[in-house]
Design a binder for this molecule. Structure first.
Ligand code: MTE
Length: 390
């Protein structure tokens, strides 16, 4: 270092020649130096790669929008790439005018663009009993934030003349081989749910439901039916397999709780996080994400001593309902052991629980809807690891 930094002292080769021409990559790609930041599957998690999960690398995400190519994937029967010219959306059941829409029909209707998070109900599922996986990509990476563009369900339901007196529920059905069907209650459908064809300013990616998916803000991902082909209006819940035997909560008394669809407030520190290493003592920007299925995030507290003392983090604008919220807080690492935690509080006053509070209510053998406070332990050598405390 005494001789100076060679990267400052020497003129690099790229300053002395022509760069690549325009449209060299007609569809832009990330730098080759970012090739480690990819969706990843957890080895051994599922028996087949079609009924599996690819987790989003939250540790490398900035702000509140997930790059489309890094959006998590969860398929029950593999993904499909459907020709939009051949895709249809049918609306039937308790409607005056059963309708079949082409994509062109849908794209003529009034559209909205809204920023929302989508989280799989199984996010953090591996962590119910103990600290099981090493990084935030695996503990929390079934989570993404997007700007969706599409047509509100209220617009479609009015267009089809739904029976306002009798209609209580909607059945949403996907066109893939999984027979993915979920019941949505009509209040939610008429509130802010939409059929989306756009995401982050372009068409949805095939893995995420191209050309059409359901967006049900605040509700667990399984209801966001991808490759959406049918909506049926009915007067009672449909009790499909993916809401009566899957995506149910095993309670401490051995009973299963059904229809717990809405995500309660949750947060996680994304950096520093498990698998990372702090290089030297001194200042660090601690950054993370908070989200809630009810209202918006009101406050995020951060602790560096395992929950003994809490400090209020800065919420970065925009803070939107049912969207990811980015928080940051200053921290000076003194080189000693530390346990970093974040705790989200939403506009309903709900406070994210500790593991012991969650286990008191729900037991430790559940799968879905784990919103406990995440702990990252910083050792004296700077290594950060996933641990469970109270
Ligand atoms: N829709 C269909 N048709 N088929 C599926 O397998 N998976 C569901 C939901 N919609 C699924 C589906 C589940 S469990 C989740 S969590 C979300 O899609 C995941 O959405 P993503 O793959 O776009 O992240």
């Amino acid at each position: 270092a005494g001789d100076g930094d060679e990267h400052i002292l020497n003129l690099p080769p790229w300053s002395k020649k022509l760069g690549y021409p325009v449209a060299h990559n007609p569809y832009g790609q990330p730098s080759k130096y970012e090739s480690n930041l990819v969706r990843r599957t957890s080895p051994g998690l599922a028996a087949t790669d079609q009924a599996n999960v690819a987790f989003s690398p939250l540790q490398g995400m900035f702000g509140i929008i997930t790059a489309s190519g890094l959006h998590f994937e969860r398929h029950h029967q593999g993904w499909v790439d459907i020709d939009p010219a051949k895709h249809r959306l049918m609306i039937n059941g308790l409607v005056d005018k059963p309708r079949v829409y082409t994509m062109d029909d849908l794209m003529r209707l009034p559209s909205v663009s809204r920023i929302h998070f989508v989280e799989c109900g199984a996010n953090s599922a591996m962590e119910w009993g103990n600290a099981a996986v090493p990084t935030v990509q695996y503990t929390h990476g079934m989570l993404s934030g997007n700007e969706y563009t599409g047509v509100l369900l209220s617009t479609l339901l009015e267009d089809a003349g739904f029976d306002e007196k009798k209609a209580k529920y909607l059945l949403a059905e996907g066109a893939d081989g999984s027979s993915m069907t979920r019941t949505i209650d009509i209040e939610r459908a008429l509130d802010d749910a939409m059929v989306a064809y756009g995401s982050n300013g372009e068409m949805l990616r095939p893995e995420n439901g191209y050309p059409l998916r359901l967006v049900v803000p605040g509700v667990q991902g399984v209801s966001w039916v991808k490759w959406l082909r049918r909506l049926e209006v009915g007067d009672q819940p449909y009790a499909t397999k993916d809401e009566t035997s899957h995506y149910v909560d095993l309670m401490p008394d051995g009973m299963q709780r059904q229809y717990t669809s809405i995500h309660e407030a949750k947060s996680v520190i994304t950096t520093p996080s498990g698998g990372q290493k702090l290089l030297t003592q001194g200042y660090y920007n601690v950054s993370g994400l908070a989200w809630t299925g009810r209202g918006h995030i009101k406050r995020v507290d951060v602790s560096v001593d395992g929950g003994r003392n809490w400090h209020t983090a800065r919420l970065e604008e925009p803070v939107l309902p049912k969207a990811l919220t980015r928080f940051n807080i200053d921290w000076v690492w003194d080189g000693g052991p530390a346990i970093l935690q974040s705790r989200a509080i939403d506009s309903t006053g709900f406070v994210q629980p500790t593991y012991s509070q969650l286990r008191d209510a729900r037991g430790s053998r559940s799968i879905y809807h784990n919103n406990a406070i995440q702990s990252w332990q910083v050792s004296e050598n700077g290594e950060v690891a996933n641990v469970h405390v109270g």
